[in-house]
Design a protein around this ligand. Structure first.
Ligand SMILES: NC(=O)c1ccc[n+]([C@@H]2O[C@H](COP(=O)([O-])OP(=O)(O)OC[C@H]3O[C@@H](n4cnc5c(N)ncnc54)[C@H](OP(=O)(O)O)[C@@H]3O)[C@@H](O)[C@H]2O)c1
Length: 329
């Protein structure tokens, strides 16, 4: 089969590789579409734990089950599915256990024509989504759901700020909050992305790249819940914008660690800083039910063929996307 492989740091290439075989309890999915996450880019750049080259990245995929291994439910064969990329979460809802892993490193991922996964990771494709839309949901939808719902525990009537709205996860957080009826604001490095977020239901937005943006946007705050994945020097502004008693849930550090954290502001305002990563099987089921129940369609920035996969990585690195970059097989 053909697969997009990361051969070494910085080098993505289309390769001919052996077809995967379904082991005991596993299924092979004939992928119709996959989607990129920033994780795939971190792996390409050599900035991820447990690197091994060559590897087939990709955590998001949708397709048709081609075969199952011994002990797996044969009724999956021929069904349209999406794959839950959160493997071996473990027994606790509070955090993942020591065996937790993510599809697409250490095991081969979805940027390929076929992938083998444990059958328990399969989920029926929501009927309202095309294969390309369904492939855009898994990792970002799950991460946004856990951060917003399970960690920040969004409640009716609360005001929300989602930072860096061009990001795949950020857009799901916006869509989920808007679907719940919460007033939601965004930040971005682009006026056009803010305008597009407003068309998706955001009340308005702020340019995080302008000096003094937090002070200027205070009139629109304060916010009960803030969802962030940038971190870095800008994180301090979020402490200003949070309402006393507010929660800041964060799942990434695109801009690195926070150089200086104003601890006094955190305790005086009784803020909760909540780390979040991916999601449990319960988060996954709740998120997929919400997506189906509210007819949520992911925002797809662009769809490229597998042959143009290297370009897709470049596009994500430039940060030009608004939503998910999808790869069609
Ligand atoms: N822990 C987890 O389970 C988990 C899961 C998924 C992702 N992540 C991490 O979360 C981050 C986002 O992932 P993603 O897949 O959504 O990435 P993505 O689609 O590449 O989005 C990144 C976004 O970050 C925004 N950004 C850049 N600089 C910013 C700043 N200074 N302030 C605010 N926003 C800024 C940009 O927004 P604009 O384009 O609007 O300017 C950009 O679109 C990455 O670091 C990723 O590794 C973690």
């Amino acid at each position: 089969m053909r697969a997009l492989r990361i051969e070494s740091i910085g080098k993505v290439a289309l390769a001919e590789v052996p077809d995967p075989v379904a082991g005991p309890g596993e299924a092979v999915v004939e992928l119709k579409a996959a989607a990129l996450n920033r994780r795939d880019l971190w792996i390409k750049l050599g900035q991820y734990a447990g690197l091994r080259f060559p590897c087939i990245p990709g955590s998001d995929g949708a397709g048709v089950v081609a075969s199952v291994g011994a002990g797996a439910d044969a009724s999956w064969v021929g069904r349209q599915v999406v794959i839950n990329p959160s493997f071996d979460w473990g027994p606790g809802e509070g955090a993942q256990g020591p065996d937790f892993s993510i599809l697409g490193l250490p095991r081969d991922g979805t940027l390929a024509e076929r992938v083998a996964v444990p059958a328990q990771q399969l989920f029926p494709k929501p009927a309202h989504l095309t294969m390309e839309e369904a492939a855009a949901v898994p990792l970002s939808g799950l991460t946004a759901w856990r951060a917003l719902m399970s960690r920040a525990r969004l409640a009716p009537g609360e005001r929300v700020l989602v930072t860096g709205i061009g990001g795949g996860v950020a857009l799901f957080a916006l869509q989920f909050a808007v679907a719940c009826g919460n007033e939601t604001w965004v930040s971005s490095g682009s006026d056009e992305k803010i305008a597009r977020a407003v068309r998706l239901g955001a009340r308005g937005g702020f340019r995080y790249d302008r000096d003094g943006w937090a002070a200027a946007s205070k009139e629109s705050g304060p916010f009960d819940v803030i969802i962030d994945s940038a971190g870095g020097a800008g994180f301090g502004s979020l402490l200003e914008l949070a309402r006393p008693g507010g929660r800041i849930a964060f799942f990434g550090a695109t801009r690195g660690s926070v150089p200086e954290l104003a601890l006094r502001r955190v305790f005086w305002k009784q803020l909760s800083l909540l780390g979040s990563t991916m999601g449990s099987p319960a988060d996954w089921s709740a998120m997929m039910a919400f997506v189906a129940g509210h007819g949520i369609k992911p925002v797809v920035s662009e769809v490229l063929s597998l042959e143009r996969g290297a370009e897709a990585f470049d596009h994500m690195e430039r940060g030009g996307q608004f939503g998910k970059i999808v790869i069609r097989m």
